[in-house]
Design a protein around this ligand. Structure first.
Ligand SMILES: [Zn+2]
Length: 346
């Protein structure tokens, strides 16, 4: 038995994989839907969290449909501000010190006056939430690989305009099996020239060959998921040697059927190989588990020691775009967490 007993909510962490829409509190979804008379599917009400599987395109489509429903309840500027504030509060409650929230402005452009106006709103909401909660926050602008690559270029140019002003990274999300990764290289070059972190989704629904494409064609410096790098020793070695961090989201992986259960998420193999891993919640609204839950489920499933959990937390800071001072403080506080006897903690 290696499992420790220190409070995982007290362990300082950086959160690098959280989608804007998917971060919504379930209670907030219900309240906003009620306000506007939007009828929600049972899987978002009494059967929440929904049972999903993305093993085939039909399953992924169902997941996206629920995502569309969640998006539809955000109608006002106040709704956007509330979502961001609550996401920040929930991360703080889970020991979060830094959050990079990922947003695809194109999904909200029609309702909020275009991608630029919506991005302005989100950045303002992030600034306000950060001040209110003390959580360090930044935005990753993500393109959608099921849309045209020209849309991705437009988003990359938008992200580039905000580089150093709240936007730290550029991503690529949605079903990996759709769209050709090579067609998004142009967008990633725009983001790269602006000095943004390049962090596409890869190695989740597709295997290590797609991780290789993300590295070769997009010059990814971090990977959304990337967990299936483990299936090819050469790819895994390359990920490790290049220091590309993996934003591993265990509860999401199981909910979407990437792995059958939490003990099958190959976190121990990734750690043994020396990979940099930052645990993330992905979409708590659809998967029912937030930041500390990722650490707790991995502790339980893999009998991780508190030393291992502390190292996971350290890696989350090191792989982040957080300011150096915030990283230093986070790492020091992780040492403090580890140095206190277990019984001293709540
Ligand atoms: Zn994701």
């Amino acid at each position: 038995m290696g499992g420790g007993a220190r409070s995982l909510r007290a362990l300082p962490k950086a959160h690098l994989h959280l989608h804007f829409t998917g971060s919504m509190r379930h209670d907030t979804l219900l309240e906003l839907a009620e306000r506007d008379g939007i009828s929600l599917p049972d899987s978002l009400v009494e059967d929440w969290p929904p049972r999903l599987s993305a093993a085939d395109e039909k399953g992924w489509f169902r997941f996206q449909r629920l995502y569309d429903v969640a998006r539809s309840v955000l109608r006002t500027e106040g709704d956007v501000r509330r979502l961001v504030l609550e996401a920040a509060e929930d991360d703080v409650a889970d020991g979060g010190r830094w959050l990079e929230i990922q947003v695809d402005p194109s999904g909200y452009a029609a309702r909020f006056g275009g991608i630029t106006a919506f991005t302005d709103l989100v950045l303002d909401a992030v600034d306000a939430a950060s001040r209110a909660t003390g959580l360090g926050m930044a935005v990753v602008v993500a393109a959608n690989r099921t849309r045209h690559p020209l849309d991705a270029r437009a988003l990359a140019r938008l992200a580039a305009q905000y580089a150093g002003r709240g936007v730290v990274g550029f991503g690529l999300s949605n079903d990996e099996r759709r769209g050709r990764t090579s067609e998004f290289a142009g967008a990633f070059r725009i983001a790269e020239r602006a000095g943004l972190l390049l962090t596409p989704h890869g190695g989740e629904l597709l295997g290590p060959d797609h991780v290789r494409e993300c590295l070769d064609l997009l010059q990814a410096r971090r990977l959304g998921h990337g967990v299936r790098s483990v299936e090819d020793p050469a790819v895994l070695a390359r990920v490790v040697d290049s220091g590309v961090a993996l934003e591993v989201c265990p509860v999401s992986n199981v909910a979407l059927g990437v792995y059958s259960d939490l003990s099958s998420v190959p976190l121990p193999q990734l750690l043994a190989a020396g990979a940099t891993v930052a645990l993330g919640a992905d979409d708590p609204l659809l998967f029912g588990s937030r930041l500390a839950g990722q650490y707790a489920t991995m502790r339980a499933a893999h009998d991780l020691t508190d030393d291992q959990l502390a190292e996971l937390a350290r890696m989350s800071f090191r792989a982040s775009c957080a300011p150096a001072e915030l990283v230093r403080t986070g790492l020091a506080d992780i040492d403090t967490w580890l140095s206190r006897p277990e019984r001293m903690q709540a």
